[in-house]
Design a protein around this ligand. Structure first.
Ligand code: AHR
Length: 572
């Protein structure tokens, strides 16, 4: 939890099959900020940016900033130069036993008046199915390092406390079987976080034996007696959480000794997971202020480079919240353009952090076998007045939608290394997809971004070159636009463009190389104000609407609304 004043971080499955191209797909838009910070540039001499493919040096040039909204921003999209696959796992979710993230948010119990299936709310399941959630990280967070799985199985659950998050009662009614049932209902894969902080390797090993074995061991008979004779599939295993802080305040060397033991003894016995589908192990990676985390990434990656047969890892986690000040003090609603621009500026730090830690990883793992897994990210604001401070309840506005799009684009541009990410957190906590209040449920602006991005799951990144222009507010300078493009498995081209400018609309002209484009349709997400939110009473304030666009002779045109996230599909 500590160390949120400076962002943190982290990515993979491909190494088991085909390792992504070692050619670097570079997004110069944000990288360039670190070379020539916008802030040092004159207002009118703005740079140009590109999202460039394969080994090309940054292509940039100085241009005059657009004088009015009538000026076009031109994009050049080369469909004939596909890049790496945007792993669907970057759209992962995180559900911790924290506030109403699990209890009420997912679990209401089979006797509830709220419509449910075996205790799991039907409305939430339906909403999440529409997002095609690839994986869910559970049970924490800090909670994971105090979680003892046996308390959450069988007919008699052990009632404990949740000291990390408000000291409230933890009834353990949502345990292993309920989590796996929930995943099954929404069609997502399991990402379990092991208790390295206060648990033992034996406890963790027995959890995996209980979950994954087919032979009739005592634990397997217990699993069957608890209703699940067939083994479960556990796709991802996190070995600890923030072990440098709430997970036990370990040094890199101490953590490494734990990592080796857990990696060796916590085995997945599911026969279906012994080959290509094998469970991937994710080590704790960086998070918090430098220089400590350079050392952390260096230590873990160096140890991995020299690892023996007896231990291995497939991913390195990274945590990075957009918080600006610690403790979190920015309001999640009722803020001005100043806070809007400050938060967006801060969220773009994700690019620098990923680049920095990827560069370290490249030294020890040039083939990019180890994924950087950004398994906690998102906005972290002051809690809403009147809520339990330990429950991390905040509103979710149009600003969060734009913030989500910017981060997803950064992950996509780093697709060769960032192969998984989990926004914090799925329901009722921090930058949530869904908010609930007893029987009521509302979908947030961030939810709609995830829905609009579904076509990018496992699509192939396509290079986009553009002059981002600048949106200025006071002394804060931000790119005016951001964009990514990708080709899906049916060959359809998808383009996402974010207009960060809260006041000016933007005319877009995109030239398609390698495609003429037969037709185009799209959706845009915007709202009257940067702090517009969806509420139980007014759930449709920030929802996607159709946007008018056309494609002719290989040129696609459209007008972006101010402060908007737009996704266009082009039939080729
Ligand atoms: O997401 C809230 C908390 O933030 C998590 O429990 C912890 O890992 C991080 O510090």
């Amino acid at each position: 939890m500590a160390g949120k004043s400076v962002p943190i971080y982290h990515c993979w499955r491909r190494q088991l099959s085909a390792i992504g191209s070692s050619e670097a797909l570079s997004c110069s838009l944000f990288s360039l900020r670190f070379i020539v910070p916008f802030i040092n540039l004159s207002r009118r001499a703005l740079l140009v940016i590109c999202v460039f493919p394969f080994n090309l040096a940054l292509t940039g040039m100085a241009q005059t900033a657009p004088a009015s909204d009538a000026d076009k921003i031109r994009l050049s999209i080369d469909v004939s130069k596909p890049g790496p696959k945007i792993d669907r796992n970057i759209f992962g979710q995180f559900a911790e036993h924290l506030g109403h993230g699990v209890y009420e948010g997912i679990w209401v119990g089979p006797d509830s008046n709220i419509p449910n299936t075996r205790g799991i709310r039907n409305d939430v399941v339906a909403a999440l199915k529409a997002l095609k959630v690839p994986n869910i990280r559970w049970p924490g967070g800090c909670f994971a390092d105090e979680y003892h799985w046996r308390k959450g199985i069988g007919p008699q659950r052990v009632v404990t406390l949740n000291p990390n998050w408000g000291g409230v009662i933890e009834p353990n009614t949502f345990g292993t079987h309920e989590f796996m049932d929930f995943l099954d209902q929404i069609g997502a894969e399991a990402y379990l976080s092991l208790n390295v902080g206060s648990g033992t390797p034996q406890e963790a090993a027995e959890w995996l034996e209980y979950l994954t074995t087919t032979q009739p061991t005592t634990l397997v008979k217990e699993r069957a007696a608890n209703g699940h004779p067939a083994p479960y599939k556990i796709a991802y295993l996190g070995i600890g959480n923030e072990s440098w802080d709430c997970g036990g305040n370990m040094t890199p060397d101490y953590y490494l000794s734990q990592l080796k033991i857990y990696s060796r003894f916590v085995r997945n016995f599911n026969p279906a997971q012994q080959g290509q589908q094998q469970m991937l192990k994710i080590a704790v990676g960086p998070g918090g202020p430098e220089p400590r985390f350079i050392e952390w990434t260096e230590s873990v990656m160096k140890a991995w480079q020299n690892h023996q047969w007896s231990w291995d890892m497939n991913g390195l986690s990274m945590h990075n919240y957009t918080v600006v000040r610690w403790p979190p003090s920015f309001a999640s609603v009722g803020f001005s353009e100043t806070e809007y621009s400050q938060i967006l500026k801060s969220t773009l730090d994700m690019e620098g952090l990923i680049s920095k830690h990827s560069a370290i990883m490249d030294q020890y793992d040039p083939q990019k076998k180890i994924a950087l897994v950004v398994d906690e990210w998102g906005s972290w604001y002051a809690q809403l007045p009147g809520t339990n401070p330990g429950f991390l309840v905040q509103q979710n506005s149009l600003r969060d939608a734009i913030l989500a799009a910017l981060n997803l684009n950064i992950f996509a541009r780093h697709a060769d290394r960032v192969r998984m990410a989990n926004i914090a957190q799925m329901i009722n906590v921090l930058q949530a997809m869904i908010m609930t209040d007893k029987e009521k449920m509302v979908l947030t602006p961030t939810y709609y971004v995830y829905k609009m991005y579904v076509p990018f799951q496992d699509a192939t990144l396509v290079p986009v070159v553009f002059n981002a222009g600048a949106y200025m507010h006071g002394d804060i300078s931000l790119p005016r636009v951001d964009a990514i493009a990708a080709k899906d498995t049916t060959g359809k081209l998808w383009l996402e463009i974010t207009n960060l400018d809260p006041k000016q609309s933007i005319e877009i002209e995109a030239t398609l190389a390698g495609s003429t484009g037969k037709s185009a349709v799209g959706q845009t997400l915007t709202a009257p104000k940067v702090d517009s939110v969806n509420t139980f009473e007014a759930p449709n304030t920030v929802v996607p609407n159709r946007v008018s666009t056309s494609v002719q002779g290989g040129k696609l045109t459209l007008k972006l609304e101010p402060k908007s996230v737009t996704v266009i599909s082009v039939e080729q």
